[in-house]
Every structure is written in C-alpha cells, then in structure tokens.
Design a protein around this ligand. Structure first.
Ligand SMILES: *Cc1c(COP(=O)(O)O)cnc(C)c1O
Length: 493
C-alpha cells in the first residue's frame, strides 16, 4: 500500500472504484448506526482542525482506509450531526437511502446537461420529474410542461438561486416596460418573516437595497403578511413614482412556520404588475398531503413557486424545485448563445436548454436523484413521512402546553414548534432564561435546537423531521428540556 506507482495511476479504475466505494458506503452506514453517540451540535472550538491536519497537501497517494480513519478521528468531531435523530435545529436536511443512491448516480454518471444535446436524458428526465412533482403538489397546469400553457420547472441547487433567477427575470420584464434607467425605481416587497435570501437577491441583481420593503407582521395575523399591508406599502411607493417589481410570499416561514395568504397577496401583486413568487422551501413538501394543500390555494396567481426537496422530502442535498409560468422570462434574461454551444435541436426550438434557466452553465443531474426518491418510496411513503413528523411535532406541542412553566408562542402548522419559558413576573422579557435554556440543551450534546426572535421575543424552535427521529427521541428531548428548565428556574429567582 502507500503510494501508488505513477504508471498504475487510473482515477477511474472500475475495480478500485467498486472496492473503495464499498468502503465509503460501509463507513457511512456505520456512521448512521452510531450517529446518536455523537454530541449533536459539534463541541469543537474555532480553528480546531488546523491543529490536527498537515499544513501541506500530500505529494504521494494515500490509501482510502487511512483517509477514512482521519475522517473518523478529525472530521466527525467537528461535525454538527444533521442526521442525528436529536437534531431539531434550523430546518431538517433529510438524507435517505434512495436520496443517497440518487446522489451516487448523479455523481457517478457525472454528465453535464446544460443543453439538451449535452445529455438528452438529463433534460428530459428533469422535465418529467418536475411535472411529477408539480402534480404531487397539485400545482395548476400553468406550471407544468404538459399543461400546454408554456410553463415548466427546473431544478436548482437552492432557493437562493431560484430567487435570484426569478428576480432577474422580473427586473428585466419591468425594465423592458419602463426603460432601462428605471432600475433605481424598482421596489421589492416581502415581510419581516421572509427568508433573508430575498434581501441578498436584491443586492445581487442591482436593485438599490433601500428599495427593499420589509413589511411588518404581527401575532394578530399569525405573522403572515396581510394583503392590506402589502397594498398600502405598494400604493405609497407608486404615489412616489416607484415601480413594484417583485413580491415574495412564503408558505412556512423560517422563524415560526407562518403561512402568507397566497391568493390575497397574489391579487395585489397582479393588480400592480409585480412578479409574484411563492417560497415554500420547507413546507412545500407537506402539500403532497391533502390536509396541507389548501395553503397553496391561489397559487395560480403566482409567476413562480419554489420548494426544497433537500429539506423535508428525503432528497439528499442539494435539490430545489422551481416552477415558472413563463420560462421565457427566465430565458430572456439568462440565455447566452456562444458559438461553441450551437446545435440543431436548440436552434429548432424543440428542446429545453436548462442553462438558460439558471445562473451557471454546468449543472448536475439532480433529476435522477429526485426521480429515484419518488420511485423508491412511492407517494404513499412520502405522505406517511410528512405525516409522522407532523404527528410528533403535534405531540411535542401538546407536552409543552401541558407544562405550566412553558408556552407555545406561535400555533404550529407543520412540524416546527415555537415555544419558550414564560416570563416569571410582570415586565420580565424571559430573554435570559430562554437563552440559558437553549445553551444548556445544546451544550449537553444530547439535542440541538435553534432560536428565533419574533415581536421582540426570544423563541425556541423545535423542528421535528430528521429521517431518523422517532417519538422516543422527541420524548427524551422534552424530558431533557424540562430538567434544564428546572435547574435554570431554581437558580434564577
Ligand atoms: C431554507 C429556506 C430558504 C433557503 O433555502 P436555500 O435552499 O438554502 O437557499 C429560503 N426560504 C425558506 C422559507 C426556507 O425555509
């Protein structure tokens, strides 16, 4: 073993590929078997890794078993274990066997399907799987390739990319109408609960950051953006000569899982000619269940809608579905046609060239991953996957509301529970006790939650939904939270 002689160097030797892939797969299987033994949130200090690893890249080849051993010793302790059943932070990033197999196929075949001819099956499977997904979410025909209205979907790596691309399309559509020097007049609307990705996209596409309107929400509307407040904000801007260009509504906000009224906001957006995007990154997966589909009512008014199968749909990172009513708007903004990519099929307009629907030229074969997930599990199991997470979250919410020291801060809609220790006396903001509680739970290594701030309240977020989480984990974590709360309330009177 040790260094390979140079004359045997073959980075894609099938026998070696098979052996070493098996070693890695076994390593990962072992990881899943033992993932509960690690502290969920990594306990390392910043800079820990440079103390462990050599300063120089190796000159000669190293064997995979040594590399895997180093991963076990040096890398795993520095991981926060997103696949731990006791991970309740942020939103879950579901891994699954099918998601992994799909990712392996994507990575192993390693085709680059930027236009149709560069890998016809990659494009065509993506067309098909986007229509499958759209049907699972019961999206209206205007978003489907097979809907006959010119719509269709594309897989991006993230919601951030989907928002940048749709905002660029919206920007150019509006500028074509209003003249290209109007960019300083374009205004983007979202709520104070909207994901920060919209703010970032505004900066990226060159709209002045001061033209981003963050409309306040309140407990009264369950932290959703009201049509009334959107209309008021737009009217005030229009009166001053501004041009509404983009409205982002959310189904399942990041802080508290709130849902904006999709139809009402759509009517206002359409009335003022703004591009209307629906961000359902997290909760979009839930709408495959009939009981959650009503949150999408009115989605036919949207210009685009996106959701992340890499969050709650058993699809390993990365995978974001974006559907657009008029993909031609994306193509108008993003298409380039250098000579070296010219080909008959594209020129005959017979095919989709996904390079014109996204930022980069090169693209991964993500469709095969999502396709394997859907086929391997079937809709029946995917629905069950969502429902069981929601049922666990419901149970957790019930346990919290039965303990008089705690309160549920925002009524739960999906599998995210937002709660806190109640203020102990009049005027108590309960900040320090909840901060301490969060830190004590997380530094115990037994569970990991994160927080949000709503209405000035420091709120604990308990997001149920890693693939391995079972009710016993939720129950144990609740006991842990109660025990830590007891310590804090004893100390802090
Ligand atoms: C997670 C999330 C995002 C960001 O998704 P990325 O794919 O990481 O860009 C955006 N919006 C909402 C509502 C989210 O939950």
């Amino acid at each position: 073993m040790g260094s390979l002689p140079l004359n045997t160097f073959n980075p894609l030797d099938p026998a070696e590929f098979s052996d070493e892939s098996h070693a890695v797969v076994d390593f990962i299987a072992d990881y899943y078997r033992t993932v509960e033994n690690y502290p969920v949130r990594s306990q390392v200090k910043p800079g820990y890794l440079s103390k462990l690893l050599p300063k120089q890249a190796p000159l000669f080849s190293e064997p995979i078993d040594i590399i895997l051993e180093d991963i076990r010793h040096d890398i795993l302790p520095g991981l926060t274990h997103w696949q731990s059943p006791n991970f309740y932070a942020y939103f879950q990033a579901n891994a699954s066997t099918a998601g992994f197999l799909g990712e392996m196929l994507c990575s192993g075949l390693n085709v680059v399907g930027f236009n149709w001819i560069s890998s016809p099956a990659a494009t065509e499977l993506e067309n098909i799987v986007m229509d499958w997904m759209a049907k699972l979410l019961k999206l209206p025909p205007c978003f489907l390739f097979s809907g006959g209205q010119g719509g269709g979907g594309v897989l991006h790596g993230s919601t951030c990319e989907a928002v940048v691309c749709t905002l660029v399309a919206a920007r150019d559509r509006t500028l074509r109408k209003n003249g290209h020097d109007a960019i300083s007049k374009l205004v983007v609307y979202a709520s104070d609960q909207t994901h920060a990705t919209v703010q970032k996209a505004v900066r990226i596409v060159g709209i002045p950051p001061t033209n981003f309107r963050i409309i306040p929400t309140s407990a009264a509307s369950g932290y959703s953006l009201t049509a009334h407040s959107l209309r008021a904000a737009i009217k005030a801007d229009v009166a001053k000569g501004f041009v509404p260009v983009y409205v982002c509504a959310t189904v399942g906000t990041t802080a508290v899982g709130a849902v904006d009224p999709i139809r009402d906001l759509g009517k206002v957006s359409n009335e003022f000619g703004a591009w209307y995007h629906v961000d359902a990154a997290y909760a979009g997966s839930a709408t495959i269940c009939p009981e959650f589909r009503h949150y999408f009512d009115g989605v036919e008014l949207a210009d685009s809608i996106s959701m992340n199968p890499h969050k709650w749909f058993l699809t390993n990172m990365d995978c974001c579905c974006l559907w657009v009513k008029k993909p031609s708007a994306l193509v108008d903004s993003l298409s380039t046609n250098p000579e070296y990519l010219r080909n008959k099929a594209s020129e005959a307009n017979e095919v989709v060239d996904y390079k014109d629907w996204q930022i980069s030229l090169s693209r991964r074969f993500r469709a095969i991953k999502l396709w394997v997930v859907i086929r391997r599990y079937g809709v029946i199991n995917l629905v069950e996957h969502i429902r069981s997470d929601v049922a666990m979250a419901k149970q957790f919410e019930k346990m919290v509301s039965m303990d008089k020291r705690f309160e549920v801060v925002v009524p739960r809609k999906f599998s995210l529970v937002c709660f806190r220790l109640k203020p102990r006396f009049e005027g108590d903001d309960a900040l320090s006790i909840n901060q301490s509680l969060l830190e004590m739970v997380n530094s115990s290594g037994q569970a990991f939650m994160t927080h949000a701030k709503v209405d000035g309240m420091f709120v604990l977020r308990f997001s149920v939904g890693t693939t391995l989480t079972e009710m016993r984990h939720v129950e144990m974590t609740w006991k842990l939270i109660q025990a830590k709360a007891k310590d804090i309330l004893l100390e802090d009177v």
